[in-house]
Design a protein around this ligand. Structure first.
Ligand SMILES: C[S@@+](CC[C@H](N)C(=O)[O-])C[C@H]1O[C@@H](n2cnc3c(N)ncnc32)[C@H](O)[C@@H]1O
Length: 268
């Protein structure tokens, strides 16, 4: 039974961290005039209404993107995608990763998304359909109502081989902390050129640490980027956000250092 719903958390500081890095990588890969594959194992609903009851209940976006957007230049790919999606859907809306990808990718690119929750996948289909006008061409998008780990295993190596996968579980299933490193190692054996972006929560009790240690053993050259921020509520376990990046593009470490500086403001 899936109980996690991203609507309560969309636009929080973890999303800012994840989506800024995702946008940077998408922008980097599209500089080359060659098509690419974009895969997501855990897509969510694609578009979030920050004026909704769910968003108001936690107030996470108000302490996240609504403050953090001032940290970025307007030319940053994340802010460009955010502005384009808000111009289309209204300023109260926040894009999930599938819409960010749809906004930054080109007609020659291929997007494949998995989402297991029946309502979320329905909403995702609607958000992707509404992403462009009928006469506009964007990347080809396929949406699967399926387990994202299974889909990625069956799809990799994708065609085209250039590209990236975003692995963004809700971490409701505690065994994911044990199984994700082996999942990523298996993908890497099949698709050694693929960029893998894993998001994970930085937790007060350190639950994530054995996973990041194992990942660093499996991928000694990978980039691990973590930022810290105040918990959303008193007693909340999440005190930061982590991205583990296999085959990190050149220059991402520099962007990461800049992001670290930006997040220092969240703590001051
Ligand atoms: C953190 S949210 C995704 C957020 C999205 N990637 C973004 O950044 O906008 C995780 C999503 O994964 C879905 N989910 C949970 N387990 C899944 C699985 N095994 N396969 C596919 N989707 C799953 C949940 O329903 C939820 O919508």
């Amino acid at each position: 039974m899936l109980s996690y719903q991203h609507s309560y958390h969309a636009g929080n500081l973890a999303d800012v961290h994840k989506h800024a890095i995702l946008s940077w990588v998408l922008n980097y890969l599209t500089k080359k005039d060659k098509p690419l594959s974009y895969i997501e194992t855990h897509a969510g609903r694609g578009l979030y209404d920050l004026a909704s009851e769910a968003a108001a209940k936690t107030g996470e976006a108000a302490k996240g993107i609504e403050i953090a957007q001032a940290w970025f230049k307007g030319s940053d790919p994340y802010i460009r995608a955010l502005a384009a999606i808000r111009a289309r859907h209204g300023k109260d809306h926040y894009p999930g990763s599938p819409l960010i990808a749809q906004s930054l990718l080109r007609p020659c690119d291929h997007i494949t998304l998995a989402e297991l929750h029946p309502q979320e996948v329905e909403a995702l289909r609607g958000a992707i359909r509404a992403g462009f006008d009928r006469d506009q061409r964007g990347a080809t998008v396929k949406i699967h109502h399926q387990d994202g780990f299974d889909l990625a295993q069956s799809l990799c190596p994708p065609d085209p081989r250039r590209g990236l996968i975003l692995i963004d579980p809700s971490w409701e299933i505690k065994s994911d902390y044990n199984t994700v490193p082996d999942f990523m190692a298996s993908l890497s054996r099949k698709w050694n050129v693929g960029v893998q972006l894993l998001w994970y929560p930085v937790l007060r009790d350190g639950t994530h640490v054995h996973m990041t240690r194992r990942l660093s053993q499996l991928f000694p050259d990978a980039l691990c980027h973590e930022v810290k921020f105040p918990p959303a509520r008193d007693g909340h376990r999440m005190i930061g956000s982590g991205m583990f990046i296999v085959n990190a593009p050149w220059g991402l470490d520099v962007y990461g250092r800049d992001l670290t500086q930006k997040f220092r403001r969240a703590n001051s």
